[in-house]
Design a protein around this ligand. Structure first.
Ligand code: SER
Length: 607
């Protein structure tokens, strides 16, 4: 096996595929450019969706290769074990309706064995075993073609595993999009099987997946159906960190050259309390390294605009930073460390991702402010905890109430597990059921309040305000058309004189863009489109593609307002019955509201 660095692997992979007729393309931003179905780019295929769908030819041709920064936070709580990462780099090669299974599999095998030096005996592969019965609805055949190709390159039947859809079907990445059966490649680490059922896909650590070839033959549509795409695409993804780990023989990804400087910096900063469980120390070091790497890439992303906050991608970023801060406190790292680590990460990656160096200076304030803010909250929470605990001890009690655990969680940002950990150290237990009950009550309450405050955005229900409100929906729809789906509502305020609409957008709109938005809205007004309302669930509304203040808490039933097929939004109303009632629409001002957020003030006619 060759012992490569990540730098060497990136280069070797892309030049190998260049030798097979692929063009190298730049990886995309980690904040999706045009895909509202995901918060972050989670695979190399995201930026290629329009080309995979066949909507337009890719300027670089039908064979592409790149390295893509990816963020996946679904398993954030698992981070700290040997394998989970929230950020990773994915090497990929694509066929846009060009080659298919035979070439993809043979090249994967060739690269793994001749370039990376894995022995064929170390390789185990999985393929899709099919679903349903022939002739019946929902039937998808087994991928015997992939099996035959694997055999033809020399993988014997006993190392080919036929698995169900949970294991061998990829995508779509968001709710809709291209997807298909895949074949995954695993390295056998040589460890003992954890039991008789141990096989690739088992999480015991014997088999590590490093590459996935997806045969994208289907599209999942808005009704949730898998329909043939009418194209045979290949989408592959190889994980840089895991591959380097397997090649170097390191025990975990954190023990590779990729993480070496980050872990070294953490060790330099840490002042581990005496007697702390070494397993806990290890977990903390890994969480800090992983989360700070992800946070640094998000903060410094060239597309920009994601700051620590309470909604969507902003919330994910906040959570990453705060978890890192919390774990840093546990191992005695002094405040101010987030920037130090971001700088270390920047040094490690800046030759590959120059945006880190370019953007770190502007992001440092956000990072430092978030760390400081959370530290203050944790200080207050700890003081509160200590006070209650001494009182409990004085009275000879040994149980922390659910109410206090909830207060620590809700007001001071202590995850429930953290309270339990602290309590265990003090020889106390925590009322879990009581905590859950308090949490449930709180959620009910905030649903009611948020429905109320949503309404409160409207100062009165007079006719003009109602009309203005419908105009806001049209404006939102027009902004999506002209600027794209990332121009999302951040806030809205309506008075009898004007509407005010804040939305995410990084730069001033051009005169043409403003004119186009006005033209679209006025066009819809002239068309006299009917406005309809129905009551549904948030899930259903989202499925229909409705816009909403995602991240807000809605009740079980919501009102969904549709303006023909121009706009669909979850909203409390009220609205006019027909767009004609607005008369006309004019933008008065377009200005900055805050970093990454623009503000439009507009008026309607016949007021
Ligand atoms: N899209 C596939 C994956 O994420 C292959 O890149 O595994």
């Amino acid at each position: 096996m060759n012992n490569l660095t990540a730098d060497e692997l990136r280069e070797m992979y892309q030049s190998f595929f260049e030798s097979k007729g692929h063009k190298r393309i730049p990886g995309a931003s980690v904040i999706p450019e045009n895909d509202p179905t995901v918060l972050f780019t989670t695979a190399g295929m995201h930026p290629l969706v329009p080309y995979l769908m066949g909507q337009m030819p890719h300027p670089a041709g039908t064979r592409l290769t790149d390295v893509q920064k990816c963020v996946r936070t679904g398993d954030i709580d698992e981070v700290g074990d040997a394998a989970h990462l929230t950020f990773f780099e994915m090497l990929g090669n694509w066929s846009l309706n060009d080659y298919f299974k035979k070439e993809a599999i043979s090249w994967s095998f060739e690269f793994l064995t001749t370039k990376l030096g894995f022995k064929p005996e170390q390789l185990n592969v999985t393929v899709f075993r099919g679903e349903g019965k022939e002739g019946e609805e929902g039937y998808i055949p087994a991928d015997e073609e992939a099996v035959e190709i694997w055999k033809s390159v020399g993988i014997p039947e006993e190392r080919i595993f036929r698995l169900p859809r949970e294991d061998n079907w990829w995508g779509p990445a968001g709710t809709t999009g291209p997807c298909g059966p895949d074949t995954e490649m695993f390295i056998d680490t040589g460890k003992e099987k954890c039991g008789p059922d141990c096989r690739p896909g088992c999480h015991c650590g014997k088999y590590i997946e490093i590459w996935n070839d997806v045969f994208m033959q289907y599209n999942k549509n808005e009704e949730g159906k898998f329909v043939p795409l009418g194209r045979h695409n290949v989408d592959t993804g190889m994980g840089v960190e895991r591959t380097i780990c397997m090649m170097s023989g390191a025990a975990t990804v954190y023990d590779t050259e990729i993480f070496a400087p980050i872990m070294a910096k953490i060790d330099e900063l840490a002042n581990v309390p005496e007697g702390m469980d070494p397993a806990e120390v290890l977990k903390a070091r890994r969480v800090i390294a992983d989360h700070m790497r992800t946070a640094t890439f998000i903060l410094c992303d060239p597309k920009g605009g994601v700051k620590p906050g309470n909604v969507g991608a902003n919330y994910v970023l906040r959570r990453l930073i705060r978890r890192a801060v919390r774990f840093a406190r546990m191992i005695g790292i002094a405040p101010g460390f987030t920037l130090t680590l971001a700088e270390t990460i920047c040094q490690k990656y800046k030759h590959v991702y120059p945006e880190l160096e370019m953007n770190l200076a502007t992001c440092r304030t956000d990072l430092e402010a978030e760390e400081a803010r959370f530290n203050r909250t944790l200080d207050k929470g700890e003081a509160r905890y200590n006070k209650v605990v001494s009182a409990l001890k004085e009275h000879g009690q040994s149980r922390i109430s659910g109410k206090l655990a909830f207060e620590l969680y809700d007001t001071f940002g202590f995850p429930f597990e953290m309270t339990c950990e602290m309590a265990a150290k003090d020889g106390l237990e925590v009322d879990k059921a009581g905590f859950e009950e308090a949490n449930r009550k709180h959620q009910e309450l905030s649903r009611t309040t948020s429905a109320g405050s949503f309404k409160a955005g409207l100062q009165d229900n007079s006719a003009v305000v109602t009309r203005m409100h419908t105009a806001t929906h049209l404006l939102h729809a027009a902004l999506h058309k002209v600027l794209g789906p990332t121009a999302n509502q951040k806030g809205s305020n309506i008075t009898a004189e004007r509407l005010r609409f804040d939305f995410t957008w990084p730069e001033p709109m051009t005169a043409e863009q403003k004119a186009e938005v006005e033209k679209l809205v006025n066009g819809w007004i002239e068309q006299g489109i009917e406005v309809t309302k129905k009551t549904t669930t948030v899930e259903e509304a989202k499925k229909e593609g409705a816009m909403a203040l995602f991240g807000s808490k809605y009740g079980d039933q919501v009102s969904l307002y549709s303006i023909g097929d121009v706009s669909k939004e979850i909203c409390c109303g009220p609205h006019v019955a027909n767009t004609k009632e607005l008369g006309s629409f004019k933008i008065q001002k377009e200005q900055s509201s805050s970093a990454g957020v623009r503000r439009i003030k507009a008026v309607i006619g016949n007021m």
